[in-house]
Design a protein around this ligand. Structure first.
Ligand code: IPM
Ligand code: MG
Length: 369
């Protein structure tokens, strides 16, 4: 096989800092594990807007389509808040998701033992938590037409977004949830609002169809998304895999993230259909945003971005053993007490820097050899 290719789009805010630590880890794999990657870098979000007047150039989009995996940092920041909607940093990210057709967004929420005390929920509720949210990522109200802000004859304005799903869009993301469940605890809970939305009724019917026809061995339940949000904070360990639409998935995954102690811990994988070489189209990114308030200060937690690279090893490069190695290194470093600022309360001692966290993880990787 050819050397696997990676496109790094570090983006804005803390993106370049946390990605800096990932680059060191990629180098480590080249030097110590003989795993070479063909790495290129480019701009996305506000950084691309500053350089080119657009949050994602066509050339960058074309590169993203060609590589084996895209690693993305974060996009956005106050400097771009007043830009026209069409060139906002987020549009770059959404274009990547849409044009690469990354319909299945995997957002694991795992509570590391060392951080169970740090969650805003009681320790016994989150300790040992390991759930996977599968968020549909290329359709629903994020992309549905018609959309826009329109002037009405009576002088009012109206803002429209359309929640829209088709049979095939629901079935394909349901399949990816059932496939994951089979490798985990064999349970899927599907969340929608079938009580008020037709798109929710269709969602429930199609997920049920896939279940009955293709995955009868997996346990399936359904929940209204509002009740699901409540259950996520009441007793999250009842879940294994949750499958839900684009907008509900956005909300539910932030909720789930907080169960684990910090948004700075959560990785994600966005997967599409297999390419010619058999690997899925893929982009990996931390769930957290660009955190402009701490950008440039080496305060950010690089773990979400590093664990996103672990997901790349697992899902793009089929190397579960190396993904396990990297995840174990992170777990060990946390168990030993390494804490960036997001993992400390006001009276919990001194945080370490972004690079110090990277140093600690690299040392653990060395120790694992
Ligand atoms: C996420 C983010 C994005 C989203 C933003 C940055 C466009 O919140 O990945 O969860 O809403 O999908
Ligand atoms: Mg979000």
């Amino acid at each position: 096989m050819n050397t696997p290719s990676l496109l790094i789009l570090a983006g804005d805010g803390i993106g370049p800092e946390v990605m800096g630590e990932v680059k060191r880890i990629i180098t480590w794999y080249g030097e110590k594990r003989d795993m070479e990657f063909d790495v290129s870098e480019d701009l996305v979000g506000g950084a691309a807007y500053d350089a080119h007047g657009t949050p994602l150039t066509d050339a960058t989009m074309a590169k993203a389509q060609e590589v084996d995996a895209v690693l993305l940092g974060a996009v956005g920041g106050p400097a771009y808040d007043n830009l026209d909607f069409s060139v906002k940093p987020e549009r770059g990210l959404l274009r990547l998701r849409k044009e690469m057709d990354l319909f299945s967004n995997l957002r694991p929420a795992q509570c590391f033992d060392a951080l169970a005390d740090f969650s805003s929920l009681k320790k016994d509720i989150v300790a040992g938590l390991d759930i996977m949210i599968v968020r549909e990522l290329t359709s629903g109200s994020y992309f549905g037409e018609p959309r826009g802000i329109f002037d009405l004859p009576n002088g009012e304005r109206e803002g429209i977004n359309t929640q829209r799903y088709t049979t095939s869009e629901i079935r394909r993301v349901a399949r990816s949830a059932f496939e994951l469940a089979r490798k985990r605890n064999n349970k899927v809970c599907s969340m929608e609002k079938a009580n008020v939305m037709e798109s929710g009724i269709l969602w429930r019917e199609e997920v049920t169809w896939v279940h009955e026809n293709e995955y009868p061995d997996v346990e399936l339940s359904h929940m209204y998304a509002d009740a699901g949000a409540m259950q996520l904070v009441r007793w999250p360990k009842q879940f294994d895999v949750i499958v839900t639409d684009n907008l509900f998935g956005d909300l539910l995954s932030d909720t789930a993230a907080m169960l684990t102690g910090s948004l700075g811990m959560l990785p994600s994988a966005s997967l599409g259909v297999p390419m010619e070489n058999g690997r899925p189209k893929a982009m990996y990114e931390p769930v957290h945003g660009s955190a402009p308030d701490i950008a440039g200060e080496s305060k950010a937690n690089p773990i979400a971005c590093i664990l996103s690279f672990a997901m790349a090893l697992r899902y793009s490069f089929n190397d579960g053993a190396e993904a396990d190695r990297l995840e174990a290194a992170v777990e060990k470093v946390l168990a030993d007490g390494a804490r960036t600022a997001d993992l400390l309360g006001p009276e919990d001692g001194t945080p370490i820097s972004t690079t110090a966290m990277g140093d600690a993880i690299l040392a653990e990787l060395d120790a694992s050899l």
